[in-house]
Design a protein around this ligand. Sequence first.
Ligand SMILES: Cc1cc2nc3c(=O)[nH]c(=O)nc-3n(C[C@H](O)[C@H](O)[C@H](O)COP(=O)(O)OP(=O)(O)OC[C@H]3O[C@@H](n4cnc5c(N)ncnc54)[C@H](O)[C@@H]3O)c2cc1C
Length: 391
Amino acid sequence: MARTPQSPFALLDLDALLSEEERAIRDVVRDYVEASIKPQVGDWFEEGTIPARELARELGSLGVLGMHLEGYGCAGTSAVAYGLACLELEAGDSGIRSLVSVQGSLAMYAIHAFGSEEHKQEWLPRMAAGEAIGCFGLTEPDFGSNPSGMRTQAKRDGDDWVLDGTKMWITNGTVADVAVVWARTDDGVRGFVVPTDTPGFTAREIHKKLSLRASVTAELILEGVRLPADAVLPGVTGLRGPLSCLNEARFGIVFGTLGAARDCLETAISYSIDREQFDKPIAAYQLTQKKLADMTLELDKGFLLALHLGRLKDAHTIRPEQISIGKLNNARESLAIARECRSILGANGITLEYPVIRHMNNLESVFTYEGTNEMHTLVVGEALTGIAAYR
Ligand SMILES: Cc1cc2nc3c(=O)[nH]c(=O)nc-3n(C[C@H](O)[C@H](O)[C@H](O)COP(=O)(O)OP(=O)(O)OC[C@H]3O[C@@H](n4cnc5c(N)ncnc54)[C@H](O)[C@@H]3O)c2cc1C
């Protein structure tokens, strides 16, 4: 006799591990995604555009921009609540979660952690409200996994700084009001708060992407960008600055990827129950059930890992290699889940009528950005052996 199907997370009663407040925040974001993202995001993906300003304001009203930061209009939630919000946003689309991650965990976090009081007062309240958009420029055309080779330079001219260089693959680049740009100086790498209307700053959108199409990705060109002395982030010198921001964003990805995977898996389960071949639902075949069961195991294990890391982060004991374990595992397994779900949908799996191939293509970017699969593997390898194999 057929029983009522259960959702992958319900199978393990994973909600029981969350506080009432965490569930409430999760539900608010889930409702927003269901009502405002899912009905439109397939079209945005197909067209390769998003209404970024409008979305930023909506996400600001929802309270998710910089939600884990304290003060300056930010909600000051727990890391777990932030992770759950990322999961729900990415169940809509990795591009929407990317907008939120770059705004909150990269641009806002950099200003919050390392900026002057003036930087914080000027930018954070507007960014939390979604009235100003931020981007984060670290990667360059010739320096991705190895940002220490960056060529972008900031030179002193009197009291001013003058920036020259190119940044590549910058999320939110053409829609940003402020860019946090990392540049080489005589004292080491420093971060600069660059209003994007400063003369000499240009952003060009990168087209022809087949992944994260519902997200703005850009090249930033800095040609003699003259900034006042106080444009530098005073709180940090060296790569520790950008790398600590990346750790914040990677933490969101540990949860976020699971949202895309969950959406794929739920779609595949319901599709397999409805779709009949050889006079039976394809869900009735053992091969399909094995796929669904194996994917559920990986999804639920990924959630337990994410939650464990979230509790460590809330206890302020989390270490970068632990975040690498989460990013490595959950990006890899979520991508594998998306690909397997695509197979269950057969030919329908290749269209934007279903979310699966969109998530699958998006997860290819997530697999690469914020530290590639290989780099996180080598971070874990280094933690285990004491030997850095990436140099
Ligand atoms: C859609 C999108 C949005 C992005 N948004 C941003 C952003 O907002 N801000 C920003 O600064 N950057 C952003 N990035 C850039 C992203 O962080 C880089 O793409 C990433 O760090 C990898 O760099 P790369 O693409 O230059 O690849 P490379 O570093 O050239 O790597 C290519 C391949 O070589 C492997 N490899 C490299 N070094 C080693 C090694 N030592 N050992 C073994 N294998 C190695 C890599 O793992 C990878 O498989 C974004 C990228 C994408 C795709």
